[in-house]
Design a protein around this ligand. Structure first.
Ligand SMILES: Cc1cc2nc3c(=O)[nH]c(=O)nc-3n(C[C@H](O)[C@H](O)[C@H](O)COP(=O)(O)O)c2cc1C
Length: 266
């Protein structure tokens, strides 16, 4: 099948999903247009991708794809084109997220030919409770590229999209009901804050007031921890309980290394 260009759509508050997608694209070896739709302006002005194949990556939040990412996918139109669904999760599990992503892509008119679940540093990880810290790492990257390399092979083996088999993605319907996060968005230590504004600049939902980071909109906050990870002085932290203990809870229960999984017809 003729395959010249790939389009990539990413939503990635702490950057691990984007790193995974870039690795896949390296493995695919194709020309591409990369849409990082993490920040609100990018989501609003998103120009819908038009490549021969679409690659979509979303982080897993509470066993589902992240809410803001889901809203972005509503804008897509497949017109029968093939798509690859990728979820990135923090070493607990991805539950129904990959199935959900595949279902949305199908609903939008794509043919989902492959899916994968990769592991990324947990949003709540820190030096003390380092769940999946540094992932995707040097062991993951060749695996990620090898997944990418399989995509052009699959496409090349078929004469048309109708000949391409659909991927069977894992998960259950109805999907898991995401747990509601308790109150407790990140706070800023005024003594160590240097007022650089990075916390506000990286927030995917515009919840942080650049003039006063402690005036964070706790309703809009998705607990993605982009602000915490971007803070150059460590002033921005998850401090309020019970959210502050989630990092420890993850480490206590989900520190055994999980490995990437591919779902594509043989
Ligand atoms: C609110 C929230 C919920 C999460 N839920 C899960 C989960 O259900 N399973 C899991 O393994 N990781 C979970 N994570 C971790 C993220 O999926 C993981 O850190 C991912 O790499 C973040 O992607 P990003 O760097 O592209 O933002 C959650 C993170 C957040 C912020």
């Amino acid at each position: 099948m003729k395959f010249d260009t790939a389009s990539v759509v990413s939503y990635s508050p702490t950057g691990t999903t984007t790193r995974v997608l870039k690795g896949i694209v390296e493995g695919m070896g194709s020309k591409l247009s990369f849409l990082d739709a993490t920040l609100p302006e990018a989501r609003e002005t998103a120009i819908l991708p038009e490549g021969d194949v679409l690659l979509v990556g979303m982080p897993v939040y509470s066993g589902r794809i992240a809410r803001e990412g889901r809203a972005l996918l509503e804008k897509l139109r497949g017109d029968g084109r093939p798509a690859v669904a990728v979820v990135v999760y923090g070493n607990r599990h991805y539950d129904d997220a990959l199935l959900e992503l595949g279902d949305i892509l199908k609903e939008k008119g794509f043919k989902v030919i492959a899916g994968a679940a990769f592991i990324g540093e947990h949003s709540f990880a820190d030096e003390k409770y380092p769940t999946a810290i540094g992932r995707p790492d040097d062991y993951d990257m060749p695996v990620i590229r090898s997944f990418g390399a399989k995509v052009p092979k699959m496409l090349g083996a078929a004469d048309s999209v109708s000949e391409l088999p659909e991927a069977d993605l894992p998960g259950n319907r109805p999907y898991k009901v995401p747990s509601t996060m308790p109150d407790g968005s990140p706070v800023t230590d005024v003594e160590t804050c240097v007022h650089c504004g990075k916390c506000a600049a990286v927030c995917p939902v515009g919840a942080v007031d650049p003039k006063d980071p402690n005036a964070t909109d706790g309703v809009a906050c998705t607990f993605c921890c982009a602000c915490v990870k971007a803070c150059p002085t460590g002033a921005r932290v998850l401090k309020l309980e019970p959210v502050a203990s989630l990092g420890k809870k993850m480490w206590d229960n989900f520190s055994s290394r999980r490995e990437p999984e591919f779902f594509m017809p043989r």
